[in-house]
Design a protein around this ligand. Structure first.
Ligand code: PLP
Length: 291
């Protein structure tokens, strides 16, 4: 997936081949920073306000000062798409670290480092239509998962385990309670109601998750923010996950056991359609066409 040439930094736009990073950098040495992944459809940002608000919340939570105000962030992100002439489906990766300084655990007296780049991202149409398989894993992360921090070691280990078992994602649980996935939020449908973990410190408050709450309300599907258990997961009528990368993704197998008949459920499909309408991408909704 191609990364577009011009990368936005605090020193202006830099060609990707010329961007270098110091070895003493807080993000590299400590994971001392935050990030966002923002979806773009047909050259336009989707859920941009939600992402920018979360960026500022994450920054405040780790006592990091974003080097721009919100208006400046919106302006710079618009420029990033313009200068790279982005017209298709893509994502922006944006990261802010506490800066470059001699390695010391204590905060340095330096400016934060900021960069953002655009990468093409085709929609995962086959998976959206057919659903994906996942595994379950103990949630070994810290207690502040609402912060979108660069410290992702437990997340990548869980995702790697999923990959090694030919699965798309790992559903994480703290003892019996399901929290979320390694890079997405997770939901079950039971007796016509959707259940998902409440917005506590133990999950990332997903931007698509908050959109799904509204979409479910519009569809008159009750959505209950209550933690469910591994047992609930096994007996669910439907299971799905959400993220900016994966959209509303049906889960058809968990730990190599089929969910019900192994096909995406009807409520999940209604939410997928509602998502596509909201993101104005229904014209490319080949996922719903009968082949
Ligand atoms: N949970 C985790 C741990 C994530 O890393 C992500 C996205 O990267 C999500 C949930 C979904 O968040 P969003 O819907 O904002 O993409």
């Amino acid at each position: 997936m191609t990364v577009h040439r011009k990368i936005l930094t605090q020193h202006g736009f830099v060609d990707k081949d010329l961007l270098t990073y110091p070895y003493e950098e807080r993000g590299l040495q400590f994971g001392d920073g935050i990030y966002e992944v923002i979806r773009i459809y047909h050259g336009d940002y989707y859920l941009l306000t939600e992402h920018v608000e979360r960026l500022f919340r994450s920054a405040a939570a780790i006592k990091l000062t974003v080097p721009y105000n919100k208006e400046q962030v919106y302006h710079k992100l618009a420029e990033l798409l313009e200068i790279n002439d982005v017209k298709g489906d893509a994502k922006v990766y944006l990261q802010i670290t506490r800066g470059s300084a001699a390695r010391d655990h204590v905060f340095p007296d330096t400016e934060p480092n900021f960069y953002a780049y655009v990468q093409d991202l085709p929609r995962p149409l086959t998976e959206l239509k057919n659903g994906v398989s996942v595994i379950t894993q103990e949630d070994e992360r810290w207690q502040n998962c609402y912060i979108k921090s660069l410290n992702l070691l437990p997340n990548i280990l869980a995702k790697q385990e999923a990959k090694e078992q030919n699965c798309f994602e790992a559903i994480l649980h703290r003892k019996e309670k399901v929290t979320e996935c390694s890079s997405s939020n997770v939901y079950i449908v039971k007796d016509g109601k959707i259940y998902t973990h409440p917005e506590t410190n133990n999950i990332l408050h997903g931007c698509v998750r908050s959109k799904v709450k509204t979409l479910a309300q519009n569809l008159n599907i009750p959505l209950i923010e209550e933690a469910f258990t591994l047992e609930d997961l096994q007996t669910a009528d439907e299971v799905f996950l959400t993220s900016s990368n994966a959209e509303v993704m049906p889960i058809i197998s968990i730990d190599h056991k089929q969910v019900q008949d192994g096909k995406p459920g009807t409520k999940t499909i209604s939410l997928q359609k509602a998502y596509e309408q909201d993101a104005k991408i229904e014209q490319d909704a080949s996922i719903f066409q009968v082949q």
